[in-house]
Design a protein around this ligand. Structure first.
Ligand code: 5AD
Ligand code: SF4
Length: 444
């Protein structure tokens, strides 16, 4: 590879979870601090960062088709190809393989090493390819530039990695062991987010409710501290594990008004044998017991979850148990996936892998049940008065889009601005959103 001019414009494309969205924003800020600017929409970029997801096969394969497309479509005006960096979990898991399979890629950087991108770009400009999948002791967070401009609803990664080792999941391998960021660093970053325009902060982690600081303080203490910041209106957190739902965090849903009534608590399956084979370390009864406690603390809490259909060995009857659980819980919204064997995970080599057509059929039935549940939840909200945090303009003139406390998408028309917290009455429900009438504008 010969030398290329230093990149002047960049594009960061993030796939997968919200933690990747957060990392993508931080990489963009890092590039910005180097004087590299975002490529205007539709225009070629000098540097493309693909921030990838490895959680399911389809997501992982996408990176290779994207590399092909970028070299063709996003080339520079002078006909040379852009520099391509592959970041994220595919980078971590398949670093050397990417280098071998995709000669157009000049940098591969794992999720714990992306603060080193500027040095890698300098190498790439000299025509040298580099791979950095270290999980260095020095934290990337210390090396990243401060936050500057964010939307009304911002993400804040508080914890990374996972020690649970569910048998289907690559996260413990790609993101490593659980590491919590320090209390003081998080409060400081939250303050910069608020100064940069955030009115809502979602605390992120693969196992966010396992967050602990070196004094043993749990997530509820961080929530309490953030709730005391007057300019911050709302706090959320995701994703949680049922076994880490402590009494303290459950009580925070009762005691801290700024903690929104929404809980994403994946169960994955509704059958105890399957949950055991998944190494979930909870069963259906213990999961339901957690939900009961949470509901006792905050009666209107909206529940969400993740489901996998077609885990190896899952029988028809065991799948039916999942449908029954969905009916029993009454979820507000959920994600559901076909099981995807991931290299290196115990489940990938288990007997009785399920045929694709059986998975298709199960996913369809499960999604039907989840859609019914979501619509019922939305319909039950009609008539409620609540606040909406305005996040953007709607498609129609004068229309605004935002989120209810229960994380429903809400649209309304009237006098408002992005970042306002307005009071509305929910008037009509669809499966994916609600329409509302403005009651009383409360400008920021
Ligand atoms: N196959 C299908 N879905 C998976 N998930 C994690 N690993 C796999 C896999 N191998 C799902 C789980 C998890 C969500 C983030 O992705 O439901 O909660
Ligand atoms: Fe993966 Fe299980 Fe950890 Fe979630 S709890 S990240 S599914 S290993």
């Amino acid at each position: 590879m010969s030398s290329t001019p230093p990149p002047r414009t960049y594009r960061v494309k993030s796939f997968g979870c919200q933690m990747n969205v957060y990392d993508g924003e931080r990489m963009a800020e890092l590039l910005g601090a180097q004087g590299i600017t975002p490529a205007p929409d539709g225009e070629a970029a000098d540097l493309v960062v693909l921030n990838t997801c490895h959680i399911r096969e389809k997501a992982a394969e996408k990176v290779y088709s994207d590399i092909g497309r970028i070299t063709k479509e996003w080339g520079r005006k002078d006909g040379t190809a852009p520099l391509i960096a592959v970041a994220g979990c595919v980078a971590q898991a398949e670093g050397e393989e990417i280098m071998a399979r995709a000669p157009a890629v000049s940098m591969v950087v794992g999720p714990q090493a992306y603060h080193r991108l500027p040095a890698m770009i300098a190498e790439a400009v000299q025509g040298r390819r580099s791979v950095d999948t270290d999980m260095p002791a020095e934290t990337k967070f210390d090396a990243l530039p401060a936050r500057r401009k964010v939307g009304p609803s911002a993400f804040l990664t508080v914890q990374e990695g996972c020690d649970k080792f569910c048998t289907y999941c690559v996260v413990p391998y790609t993101r490593g062991a659980e590491v919590s960021r320090s209390f003081n660093d998080l409060v400081a970053e939250a303050n910069t987010l608020i100064e940069a325009g955030a009115r809502e902060i979602t605390l992120l982690g693969q196992n966010v409710n396992a967050w602990r600081d070196d004094r043993g303080r749990g997530l509820e203490k961080l929530v309490e501290e953030l709730a005391a910041i007057p300019e911050l209106a709302r706090i959320r957190y995701t994703t949680s594990h049922p076994n880490d739902m402590t009494e303290g965090l459950i009580e925070a849903h009762r005691d801290i008004a700024k903690l929104m009534p929404f809980l994403h608590l994946p169960v994955q399956a509704g059958n105890d044998r399957v949950l055991k084979a998944m190494n979930r370390s909870h069963n259906v009864a213990s999961y339901l017991a957690v939900l009961d406690k949470v509901r006792a603390a905050r009666a209107d809490i909206a529940l969400s979850g993740d489901f996998i259909v077609g885990f190896p060995g899952e029988s028809d009857a065991e799948f039916e148990d999942t449908l029954r659980l969905v009916e029993q819980v009454g979820y507000a919204q959920c994600f559901s996936f076909k099981y995807s064997p991931r290299p290196g995970t115990p489940a990938a080599t288990m007997d009785d892998q399920i045929a694709p057509e059986v998975m298709d059929e199960r996913l369809q039935r499960l999604q039907g049940a989840l859609n019914t549940s979501q619509l019922a939840f939305n319909q039950a909200s009609v008539g409620q008065r609540c606040t909406v945090l305005v996040e953007r303009r709607g498609k129609l003139a004068g229309q605004w889009l935002g989120k209810s406390p229960w994380l429903q998408s809400v649209h309304f028309s009237g006098d408002a601005a992005i970042g306002d917290l307005v009071e509305v009455e929910l008037v009509e429900a669809g499966p994916n959103s609600l329409s509302a009438k403005l009651s009383q504008p409360v400008h920021a």
